[in-house]
Design a protein around this ligand. Structure first.
Ligand SMILES: [Zn+2]
Length: 96
């Protein structure tokens, strides 16, 4: 049987207790491209070279994380309530 522990408080979440899943996707957002006259004048060969040069030092995982990063957590009810008060961690939840 799979045993779950809360990723915030570390307590075991027993089968009869409600378990909450938190899935966070941090994805690069690309807005629709607007091409201007200035863009058409750019030296694309040079820019692609510069980009490739920059990517050379990054491994595949780093490149992937630049675009998409996913987190998945299990929470008990108590920690779920705390988490929902400040999902971005902007507020010190201990003071709430
Ligand atoms: Zn917990």
């Amino acid at each position: 049987m799979i045993r779950y522990t809360c990723d915030m408080c570390g307590r075991e979440i027993k089968p009869h207790i409600l378990r909450y899943k938190v899935n966070i996707d941090v994805i690069a957002a690309y807005d629709t491209l607007v091409i201007t006259k200035e863009d058409l004048k750019r030296d694309f060969q040079k820019e692609i070279k510069r980009l490739l040069e920059k990517m050379k030092d990054m491994d595949e995982e780093e490149l992937m994380e630049d675009i998409w990063k996913n987190f998945s957590f299990d929470l008990c009810k108590k920690c779920r309530d705390i988490y929902l008060k400040s999902p971005l961690g902007l507020v010190n939840t201990e003071e709430l």
